[in-house]
Design a protein around this ligand. Sequence first.
Ligand SMILES: [Zn+2]
Length: 175
Amino acid sequence: MPTAWARRANNNLRKIPYNLVEPEHPVLHRPAGRVVSFGMEELDVIAHRLFLTCKMNGGVAIAAPQVGIPLQIVVVDEGDHGVVFCNPVVETGGKLVAGTESCLSLPGRLFRVPRHHRAVVAGQDINGEPFGADVSGFNARKWQHEASHLAGRLLSDDFPEVLLPNGPQTKGFAG
Ligand SMILES: [Zn+2]
């Protein structure tokens, strides 16, 4: 059990966003490791800080490698709260849908990215209990983007960039 002091320290830490790592950081370019320990306060602190980081940077979801943590953790922004997925495995289906995406890890850049219409996510919650989602459309796009982060891929590895006459912009999806 954490001491009262540690609990206070962790409560304060929860309110501090992380810094996003630079696009060249190796953690963004190799597969993330599985979360094997659950129910620890540290995991809860990481989840809170990820959610805050996502919010502050205008993202719709965030993966732990984007802040330098080499673990399979994704937090999805659900408005007033975040939903935490550990070790998510994403299966895709349905037709490919054209679209554009930006990435918190590639600020100011936009990419043309076809994604499957449907995604079925199977993972664990913050306590290690089986947890999943069956989503389509925008949410399916979101999950395919995050799954790539956990696999160590960035949009710039796999998709063409949209070059706009007015210069860099980040409108639309960012995760
Ligand atoms: Zn991203």
